[in-house]
Design a protein around this ligand. Structure first.
Ligand code: SAM
Length: 256
């Protein structure tokens, strides 16, 4: 997780502890669980400012989850390139990228309320009009709301690494999920993932390389694209010799 200390965003450790309790619960739902979730919802501290932002701004910048396809251009009020971000955390990178690229629209997904409140606050402070938020599980948003061939790109920055082997099944980047994600991309659209956990980086490289409709833009890991801001967490990590791996794959054009 990038910037865990600064952001008070969830930690993988907390997720993993909570996951122990939730795995059985998911598995014992009537009718069986639909999918293993890549997150565990925790209470988390919601600051007064974040709560105020949720109450005042979610009606304007939020899109409620609904089991029906979303008209993306209508949601943003214009025809412009559309990037989906999955798991924006506290939204710092989302706001920075959106501010630097006013010509592009960003549909940002997160389940964690303090993060949603924080990004809404940034949207308001920076008068950003090119971000919309859906507070819901990305797996269901993709399945139910996003039309095939409608996205120009997808950002998945520092997804929960689920360090322990018995929790690896909760990792978001796995073959079936990537196959669904690819369907949502326009030909030539990209998936950009980043992680600071080597084992997950290797899994990402294997999974993305195995998807026949994707082409790696690099030999293996890609240089960090200029649009992805270097977080304080990464700057500290780089000084300590820790790695960060970016992966950028493109959907092949029609025919492959
Ligand atoms: C480790 S944090 C990284 C946050 C941010 N991208 C960053 O770089 O700081 C991963 C985030 O993904 C969110 N997340 C995990 N699975 C998700 C899902 N299926 N749908 C939406 N958000 C999800 C978590 O709530 C968490 O905030």
């Amino acid at each position: 997780m990038a910037d865990t200390n600064e952001s008070s965003a969830p930690t993988d450790h907390h997720n993993e502890v909570a996951a122990e309790a939730h795995v059985n619960e998911e598995n014992s739902r009537p009718g069986g669980h639909r999918h293993i979730r890549s997150f565990v919802l925790r209470q988390g501290h919601l600051s007064v400012a974040q709560k105020r932002a949720v109450d005042a701004l979610m009606p304007r910048y939020g899109i409620p989850y609904q089991p029906g396809q979303l008209a993306l251009d209508s949601a943003f009020g214009r025809n412009a390139p559309k990037i989906l971000e999955i798991g924006f955390g506290m939204g710092g990178a989302t706001a920075e990228i959106a501010q630097a690229h006013p010509e592009t629209d960003y549909l940002a997904l997160e389940v964690h309320t303090p993060g949603v409140g924080n990004l809404l606050k940034l949207i308001d402070e920076q008068a950003l009009n090119n971000i919309r938020i859906i507070q819901h599980d990305a797996v269901e948003v993709l399945r139910d709301m996003i039309a095939d061939g409608s996205l120009d790109g997808v950002h998945i920055f520092f997804p929960d690494p689920w360090h322990k082997a018995r929790h690896n099944k909760r990792r978001l980047i796995q073959g079936p999920f990537i196959a669904k994600l690819v369907q949502k991309l326009k030909p030539g659209g990209y998936i950009h993932a980043a992680t600071d956990w080597q084992d997950y980086a290797e899994q990402m490289l294997a999974v993305l390389s195995a998807e026949p409709q994707l082409q790696n833009t690099a030999a293996d890991y890609a240089p960090r694209p200029a649009y992805r801001p270097l977080t304080k967490f990464e700057q500290r990590g780089i000084k300590l010799g820790h790695g960060v791996w970016d992966l950028v794959f493109k959907r092949c054009g029609a025919g492959k």
